[in-house]
Design a protein around this ligand. Structure first.
Ligand code: AMP
Length: 216
């Protein structure tokens, strides 16, 4: 199974990716997290994308395409993928089609998480991250006092993403509507779209995704 998760920032892509992955033999390809790791390690890629991320803009397509080609080439033949955050432009979607055709690995579904702008702003403004050494960052809510206590008790630290500031949230949403939302029609035309209502608690959204995947 080769899946793409499409949706605005704050639609819950990374939160719901985890349970979907654990039930299947899928590898996560999360471009935003990968770029944040590259920036933290000050690699050439990290340095090249830093200014774009700080402005809430998209990193250049050619850099993203190289990253995706390298990630897909590493997959074992029996290993599927779940993409979180890629593609984000029509150019990236066309390039992904080319790479996947070369690798003879067709997309199975593009799951699109549907949530309104007001809810996105509310979620991103209240979001924080629990960082436990050796584990993937865990998205949390600032008002989840018990979750924050548990994180700290496990040796973790709580941080916020630099781009979750109100100004940058608005900028990222504008970029989504202008550059990424057109991909909904793009994949609809290819009969690959699986729309899912992303309002409500994460567990309910995961259940909706699972039932959409099972009913296909
Ligand atoms: P995310 O964690 O998916 O919200 O991504 C955070 C930031 O990483 C975005 O605002 C972009 O600056 C950059 N980014 C992630 N994925 C892509 C992509 N596919 N194309 C261009 N920039 C990206």
């Amino acid at each position: 199974m080769n899946l793409v998760l499409l949706g605005p920032p704050g639609s819950g892509k990374s939160t719901i990716a985890k349970p979907i992955l654990t039930r299947r033999h899928l590898t996560l390809i999360a471009t935003g997290q990968r770029l944040r790791d590259e920036m933290a390690a000050q690699t050439p890629l990290g340095l090249a994308v830093e200014s774009y991320m700080e402005r809430g803009e998209l990193a250049p397509d050619h850099l993203m395409e190289q990253l995706i080609r390298a990630s897909l080439s590493k997959l074992a033949p029996d290993e599927g993928f779940l993409m979180d955050g890629y593609p984000r432009t029509t150019h990236q979607a066309l390039s992904l089609e080319t790479v996947l055709a070369e690798l003879r690995r067709p997309l199975t579904w593009v799951i699109t998480l549907e949530v309104g702008d007001d809810e996105v702003v509310r979620r991103l403004a209240g979001r924080c991250i629990c960082n436990i050494p050796g584990e993937a960052p865990i998205p949390m809510r600032l008002d989840d006092e018990q979750g924050i206590r548990d994180c700290i008790a496990r040796g973790g630290t709580i941080t916020r993403r630099d781009d979750d500031e109100p100004e940058l949230i608005r900028q990222r949403l504008a970029v989504y509507h202008e550059q990424t939302a057109p991909l909904i029609a793009f994949y609809q035309e290819r009969n690959l779209l699986l729309p899912v209502d992303a309002h409500g608690p994460a567990g309910e959204v995961v259940a909706r995704v699972e039932s959409a995947l099972q009913s296909t």
